[in-house]
Design a protein around this ligand. Sequence first.
Ligand code: ADP
Length: 465
Amino acid sequence: SGARVRRAQNKRLPQYLERGVDVKFSDVAGLGKIRLELEEIVKFFTHGEMYRRRGVKIPGGILLCGPPGVGKTLLAKAVAGEAGVNFFSISASQFVEIYVGVGASRVRALYQEARENAPSVVFIDELDAVGRERGLIKGSGGQERDATLNQLLVCLDGFEGRGEVITIASTNRPDILDPALVRPGRFDRKIYIPKPGLIGRIEILKVHARKKPMAEDVDYMAVASMTDGMVGAELANIIEVAAINMMRDSRTEITTDDLLQAAQMEERGMLDRKERSSETWKQVAINEAAMAVVAVNFPDLKNIEFVTIAPRAGRELGYVRVKMDSVKFNQGMLTRQSLLDHITVQLAPRAADELWFGSGQLSTIWAETADNARSAARTFVLGGLSEKYHGMSNFWVSDRINEIDSEAMQIVNSCYERAKEILEQNRTLMDALVNELVEKKSLTKQEFFHLVELHGSLKPMPPSI
Ligand code: ADP
């Protein structure tokens, strides 16, 4: 222990680079005139010199505005794909996630990578999660967001070779963005992407039908007519579900009926998604309670500020906010142990799912945190922090990718066992927390620690602040 987080962060493999992005404008349907605007952005890359010579200012940032699922991410990828440049992406809700102080350093790392691998597109999903007008949010959550937002502003301003790195951000709420973000030279260009109309829906269905065995006489108009109000993501899903219908009946072609049935299911799903069932509230509660129960056992993660299952800006589920010692974090004084603890916390939802619902059940609820755990474990090994590869931070990675993955797998497995053990010892606490969360939706620090004192089997010390 005593090894430093810094080293893990300084690894060579860019963390935010999406490899193999091969999207073209032809993959995005129903754009109409918007396409012209996006083609211009591609030209900033391909004809950058020409723009500069003629004194045309290349925008630093482009804001794609519109509801979820209309293809904003897809479009950003298509810009990178058409221009043939690297694509870096991050979701702004990740900036404001769990640890105080992490947001700003993630922004810095993101832009450093993008610059080192220029030309590149930096894509920031759900910008409003971090870019809300300052001062609107009270309390330490607000301060954290301010630090992150300030860092983002610095990075947006920081380019001399404009046109080498272009930032594209998506938001559904351009109206609540901090005015500083939309000032000239920053996100000074807004493109609105509305929900598709009838013709747009037909085009989108057809794009997704390209790779599927469609019956000759499919009536796209019929499907488009009954999917009023749906976005590209939902239409793409209809094609997938229809294909599954076909497979189930061992047929070889997708018919209009398959599509209509799938559309009906999608419609029902759309309504269900508006209201959470009590079962879903409970699942989310188990998810968040598990993270809190495991975290409270670890010295660097136990300062839990609140636990919530209410969906917040950009987060499907709830979240657990841990206040971290930002001095410790910034100076790289986090121990190797606390990184392992972090991985363990991220695996808690998966472990809780196994304990409470029995293993083998697929759940999308813990998919994201399990993913965090896997990538953190990889970072851990790449940073030379694992016992086996101790100190080997600079070895040439691509030769040993399998070794690294299997070592990361082992770390994940042992952290998973640890998470399970802690949860098993704290079943009473878990039950109490889940009940309270379902009832109240959010627990304050005091309420949380009160329950920990009453029911926690390890009785960890409450935070000193
Ligand atoms: P957003 O970023 O606006 O939330 P996404 O780009 O993530 O939406 O869309 C999710 C998926 O839905 C895409 O990967 C694509 O398969 C499909 N999709 C959305 N809009 C379109 C579109 N205009 N044309 C084709 N596919 C689309």
